[in-house]
Design a protein around this ligand. Sequence first.
Ligand SMILES: [Zn+2]
Ligand SMILES: [Zn+2]
Length: 241
Amino acid sequence: MAGIRQALLDFVFPPLCHLCRRHVPDAGALHICEPCRTELAYIGQPLCTICGEPFAGSGPDHPCGTCLTDPPHFDTARAALIHQGGARTLIHSFKYHHKTHLKRPLALLITERLADHARHAACNLILPVPLHRRRLRERGFNQSLLLAEQLSRCWNIPFERQLLRRTRETIPQAELHADQRRSNVREAFAVADPAMLAGRRVMLVDDVITTGSTANECARTLKRAGARAVSVIAVARAVSD
Ligand SMILES: [Zn+2]
Ligand SMILES: [Zn+2]
C-alpha cells in the first residue's frame, strides 16, 4: 500500500535531484539523478587499512606511512566519498543552510558504500562526534547526531546521543593548519558515564574527516574510558594537501 501511495506521489510531485534540482522520475531513495551520481567521487580501493586514506593506482590495501609511524587511537576510519564537488555541496547545504532532510541521502551514501566495512567492524554502540553547547545553539542541530541516528536505525545498532561530550570550545578545524589541529582538540571531550562503554565496540559518526584529529581525540577519550574498539564512519574525507 505504501508503495502505491509513494508511486502516486512521485507521479504528481516528481522528486527533484538534491544536487541539480531537475526532476528525477526514477530517483530511488537517494534522490540524486544519474548524471550527478556519476560525478560523486566515491572512495574505492586501494586505501589505508587503518585511516582509510585512498592511494593512487592499484594494488592491495595496506597501512599508510603516517599510520605506521604514528598510529591513531581509532582502529579504523572510513568515508564514502571524497569531500569535493557534489559531496561538498550536499554537506554544505546540510550543515550551513539548515537542510536537515539531507540527513537521509547522506546516511544512505554511507550505508550503500560502507555496509561491508561496518559489518566487519562489528560495532555495538553508535556515538556522534559532539558539538559544543554554544555551536549547537547557533546551528540548531548537530549534523553528526542526525547522521548517527539514521545509521542506528538502518543498521539496528543502539545509539547514545549524550555519552560523549565536548567539554570545551575549539576553533573549527578547517580554519587551522594541520599541525595546530591536534592541540586544538586536545582534552576537549569527556565520557559522561564510562560504565556504559565497558567492552563496547564504538562506531563514531562524523560528517567529514578533515585530518582525523577530532576523530582521533574522541577515540583517545573513548578508549581511556573503557571502549574496546573505535571505528570512525563519515560521509566524506578531505583529500590530503
Ligand atoms: Zn542531479
Ligand atoms: Zn593511514
